[in-house]
Design a protein around this ligand. Structure first.
Ligand SMILES: [Zn+2]
Ligand SMILES: [Zn+2]
Length: 343
């Protein structure tokens, strides 16, 4: 039944009855997009449809030439007799779950999602469905997030300690989503905040969408030699670490904010002074809680620790299976950001 409404194909998840794909990884005629991260919103399709809350950031990511159509949240739209509705996913600004329905049968493609509060986007709304398609980026019981307040207060302390030691605070985070969540969460009264171009470009999109962010100054607009960064927080994508761009900031302490920071080796390999564990994905407990709330009998698991999650769900009596994806979640976002030139 579920397969009739949505199937996994070499181009991605496809709804034959509606003749559309969701987050396809090859160019198609009609693509429905859950959110603007590079592993979900890929170039080359003829036509895109996304939630209207994603308009500003999706336009920045896809460029002026892409044909983008937007639709409001929670309002069903009929495509070739199939009902399509967007619901907030709580992952980044504009991220949405796609609910596909025909004859009372419902499939929800959640894209990426989180359950922790985030003032830069609408919270995830559980949608009851027959089939729930979920990512499992951090789908191992070892992943358990601290409250974001605790993480932000750790970042504030690190920033103050660096100020006292006369060091700039370079905070690395994905330029779309994580960077803005950090900016909105830290205590902006501590000192000046500067940004890398990749971050500032998306800050503009967030502000245009009505998200409140503290004042930031794009480093590219400064006379860097004349600027004292020793009291400042500088937010940049991970690719900026160790580059000539970062060295211009003077004496500095480097930290990264990511779910991957829970693994000690990641921090060591990346030569970070500090790692702050802050993810825009669900941890194990939130993943299981969310699947329960959807009341889905069928669960398709993508991106990440699929086998562990599928086995666990099958033990709970659910009809769970792995659905192959070409790209591996947040890792791809990271590699695509590595291609952005530090400016
Ligand atoms: Zn994402
Ligand atoms: Zn993803």
């Amino acid at each position: 039944m579920a397969k009739a409404l949505l199937e996994s194909t070499p181009r991605g998840l496809y709804c034959a009855q509606g003749d559309f794909y969701v987050d396809p990884w090859r160019p198609v005629d009609r693509a429905i997009i859950t959110h603007a991260h590079a592993d979900h919103a890929r170039w080359g399709s003829k036509q895109y449809l996304a939630a209207d809350t994603s308009a500003e950031v999706l336009r920045i990511r896809m460029g002026e030439k892409a044909r983008l159509d937007f639709h409001p949240l929670r309002k069903p739209l009929t495509i070739n007799g199939v009902s399509v509705t967007f619901y907030p996913a709580g992952h980044i600004l504009g991220s949405a779950q796609v609910c596909i329905e025909k004859k009372g049968h419902r499939v929800v493609v959640s894209g990426d999602y989180k359950r922790q509060p985030d003032s830069t986007c609408l919270p995830f709304e559980p949608v009851k469905c027959d089939t729930f398609i979920t990512e499992s980026t951090f789908g191992l019981p070892i992943y358990r997030w601290l409250s974001s307040e605790a993480v932000f207060s750790g970042i504030n302390q690190w920033w103050r300690a660096n100020q006292a030691a006369g060091k700039a605070s370079l905070l690395l985070a994905y330029s779309l989503g994580k960077a803005q969540r950090l900016l909105a969460g830290i205590d902006a009264t501590i000192g000046p905040i500067y940004t890398h171009g990749a971050v500032e470009k998306l800050n503009a999109g967030y502000r245009a969408a009505g998200v409140t962010l503290p004042e930031t100054v794009y480093v590219g607009e400064l006379d860097v030699k004349e600027t004292d960064f020793s009291q400042a927080l500088i937010v940049a994508p991970p690719a900026a670490a160790g580059t000539p761009w970062a060295r211009r900031l003077g004496k500095l302490s480097t930290a990264m904010a990511s779910g991957w920071m829970q693994i000690r080796g990641t921090r060591r390999r990346r030569a970070m002074d500090r790692g702050f564990i802050l993810s825009d994905h669900v941890d194990w407990h939130e993943l299981m809680q969310t699947i329960g709330e959807t009341e889905a009998e069928n669960v398709w698991v993508t991106h990440g620790y699929c086998d562990v999650v599928v086995r666990h769900l099958q033990e709970q009596g659910l009809n769970a299976q792995t659905v192959a994806t070409e790209f591996e979640g947040e890792l791809l976002v990271e590699s695509s950001e590595a291609q952005e030139q530090p400016t």
